[in-house]
Design a protein around this ligand. Sequence first.
Ligand SMILES: C[S@@+](CC[C@H](N)C(=O)[O-])C[C@H]1O[C@@H](n2cnc3c(N)ncnc32)[C@H](O)[C@@H]1O
Length: 219
Amino acid sequence: MSARPSWTETGRAVAFGLTVRPFFLLRDRLVAPTDPAVRAAMRALRRAPEPTERFESVLAARQAALPPEARTWGETPLSVAHRLLRDAGVGQGSAVVDLGAGRGAVLLAARALGAAARGCEIDPARARVIEAPLLACGVKLDVADARTWDAGAPTHVWLSWITWPATLRAELSARLASLPSGTRVVALTWAPTGPFRVLAERRRLFPWGVVDVVSAERE
Ligand SMILES: C[S@@+](CC[C@H](N)C(=O)[O-])C[C@H]1O[C@@H](n2cnc3c(N)ncnc32)[C@H](O)[C@@H]1O
């Protein structure tokens, strides 16, 4: 079976995305943080263009020897990230890390909950889209490879790694295993392997379909 989606599948996915888009635009507006800098960054994200494939993007992936499917674009709607992070216990005093953070939408959701937020993204063209507003509200988004980036001591790790190959997920899981007991992971589709206890599994609507989201804890 071909791993490449057919034109029909691609057409269906695009049609689905266009149908649910107004729903997410509306829901995202209901996330109303008190911090004006976070609100400004959320506005910047709404107005920002979707990332396009750029020369520097391809080069960065080649240098990191990343397969193209690992860089598939898809962004978690702010409202979905906000709810899932809150359900995973994120609030004031939490420190959220997004490994493969795209434009930083999940990190903004974390800041809207009062948490500290940092992340890394391999593609500089994505990481820089709203760099200044992110920095202004305390979000640090580094252009770096999640396999080598120093994630520090987060309380929560976000993994939008649906399209990442199993070898890459295994490599990252092994790194996550060195985090202290009690560190939580919110992962789309695939739970981290190793010493993690699954706390909850939820089905959530994303712009590309229904996704199983796993909340797990380092044992
Ligand atoms: C599906 S996007 C999700 C973005 C964001 N986390 C969200 O949920 O909205 C996954 C991102 O991971 C990035 N990525 C893939 N492999 C990576 C790696 N090894 N290190 C850092 N970023 C990576 C891709 O470039 C892509 O932008």
